[in-house]
Ligand binder design. Sequence first.
Ligand SMILES: Nc1nc2c(ncn2[C@@H]2O[C@H](COP(=O)(O)OP(=O)(O)O)[C@@H](O)[C@H]2O)c(=O)[nH]1
Ligand SMILES: Nc1ncnc2c1ncn2[C@@H]1O[C@H](COP(=O)(O)OP(=O)(O)O)[C@@H](O)[C@H]1O
Length: 401
Amino acid sequence: MGEAPAFVVDNLLQNQDGFGSKSKGCNTTTTIGDKTYVIGGGNDESTLSVEVQIFDKTTGNCVTPIVLGTKPNTCKGLSAVSLNDDRILIVKKGSTPDDCIWFLEVDTRFVREQKKIQGTDVVAWSKGARGYAEKPVVISGPSGVGKGTLISMFMKEFPSMFGFSVSHTTRAPRCMEKDGVHYHFTERSIMEKEIKDGKFLEYASVHGNLYGTSIEAVEVVTDAGKRCILDIDVQGARSVKASSLEAIFIFICPPSMEELEKRLRSRGTETEEQILKRLRNAKTEMEQGHSSGIFDHILYNDNLDECYESLKKLLGLDGAAAATQRSAPQGIDLPTDHSVSKMDNKVIINCGTPELKKASKNLIVLDVSSLKGGAPGRTRGLDVYAIDSFSDGLNGINQTS
Ligand SMILES: Nc1nc2c(ncn2[C@@H]2O[C@H](COP(=O)(O)OP(=O)(O)O)[C@@H](O)[C@H]2O)c(=O)[nH]1
Ligand SMILES: Nc1ncnc2c1ncn2[C@@H]1O[C@H](COP(=O)(O)OP(=O)(O)O)[C@@H](O)[C@H]1O
């Protein structure tokens, strides 16, 4: 429990508007229920990241919560608005288009779980990422079934649509594998430390090595405006299923164990001992693939092209849909001076500076209903567009901060 810094009291006294948000200097306060979230870096712009404090009206205490996720860097000021009482949308003033919209989650499923685990107040940051809001795709299946082959085909056909989540592993690289492209090859002790530090979404011991998906691996893909594909084993898929990352789970089966062995041997990347271990593990994986209830779809990779077409169909990419590949929406530069308000499912960023008022497009609209995902990781599907408040009929909107 910490003491309330001077700026908290100062801001709380001013926090009288209908939306419960107020900004002053580099700080903003947002009230949700009995709690007021003070977000900012104090009045000192030299601090490196945005800090959070919670003032509890019922106890009169101010606490510094555990803050999960990557924090936004400090900026020239913040505007805030509460969304559904479980997160606060933060607009950073004077920052780049790909770094201006963040979410501080205060009562989402992930935060509630973490509060239980930590036994104290927890909040979590999640940056807003433009582009695909669609769920990440988890692909599992025994070693040698063709997961990597199918994923490569996907990445080749839909380079602007899908991005591969580059896992960490303690196994040695194969001769054609590149560090940072196929895997992040790492030492066990380093990976174990990073797991302990909460940097991983999931991890598992597979065929005697440690494999894991870092939160950053998924964020990198989402930040590029792409839909994330994860190639992970059944244990990892189970962890992701239990997490708050909503995904589509696909299990790939071989036509037979004999064919699986043939593919593993013909790939020529494993020693005899490793091949035998992978084949033994394949039996358990196949059972779990069918009976664990984790997977939404099971595909048989007998004929490669047919399996690829089925995968495309599952992801809605067959026929005309495949031809209309979208790219991430363009970012909009926000001026340093703006205010934020909420109207139904829309957040309105009013660029009310005298110069911008003269410009034709003086309002920036963010449709909250298109947002998906959140901590741990990014909030996907951010779509902002500029309108003219006069000609587009949004004149006279209430402003909150
Ligand atoms: N849980 C988990 N499993 C992973 C991860 N990355 C790869 N795997 C799985 O680890 C297993 C072995 O992968 P690899 O050594 O590349 O061999 P392969 O299956 O023959 O391609 C496969 O089942 C992968 O799906 C990860 O980040 N997490
Ligand atoms: N449908 C298929 N028919 C025949 N060979 C295949 C098929 N799918 C993949 N392969 C081959 O099987 C081997 C294992 O495939 P790979 O994609 O490395 O599997 P995984 O990533 O699941 O371990 C590779 O040599 C690949 O070219």
